[in-house]
Design a protein around this ligand. Structure first.
Ligand code: ADP
Length: 170
């Protein structure tokens, strides 16, 4: 039986930390589905189709990894893909409480789904999508933090925002 793992997240946008986790998961499982979430109360910087496209482009052709959008209950998505493994990344103690809570809730909903935590290379442990956006928004270079296609998108976004501010201010 194929061991299929689902790696869910917002990926708003995908960072080198996420890609590190995807690579590690692809070494452990037969197939990895990166599941990009659309959760209505959440405000995303990039629309769903762009978040999906950015990951696809960053990964290039990897036969063992797929990227799919999803909404609704994560465990329903996992079941629908005949998977039993959920991947989450753990960066620091600060991630632990929330991740632990989610893993136990998912276990309560579907005891046969197992959550597996992977740690990225230590050079990515400080990295988050929101920090990357903050750096890029303030004019910092996000080049080493995200794949090149995402870096381009972030620069374009911060350029547009600056332009907009210029027009808006008297
Ligand atoms: P979510 O909204 O589900 O937290 P994220 O895109 O922020 O979506 O994160 C998805 C998963 O990737 C989470 O398990 C998170 O802990 C993990 N993650 C985020 N950034 C990193 C990183 N730099 N290194 C390793 N894992 C990460």
């Amino acid at each position: 039986m194929k061991r299929i793992a689902v790696y869910p997240g917002s990926f708003d946008p995908v960072t080198q930390g996420h890609l590190d986790i995807i690579r590690r998961a692809a070494c452990l499982f037969d197939h990895v589905i990166v599941a990009v979430s659309e959760n209505s109360p959440k405000q995303y910087t990039f629309p769903l189709h762009e978040r999906v496209e950015m990951i696809r482009k960053a990964l290039g052709s990897r036969p063992r990894v797929g990227v799919e959008p999803f909404s609704g209950l994560l465990t329903h998505f996992v079941k629908s893909r005949k998977a039993r493994i959920l991947i989450r990344g753990l960066r620091a103690i600060s991630d632990f409480e929330r991740e632990f809570q989610m893993a136990l809730m998912n276990r309560k909903l579907h005891p046969d789904i197992e959550t597996v935590f992977l740690m990225p290379d230590e050079k990515y442990t400080y990295l988050s999508s929101s920090l990357v956006k903050e750096v890029a928004g303030l004019g910092g270079n996000p080049k080493k933090l995200v794949p090149p296609n995402v870096s381009k998108r972030l620069k374009a976004l911060s350029g547009r925002r600056k332009q907009w501010k210029g027009i808006a201010s008297p």
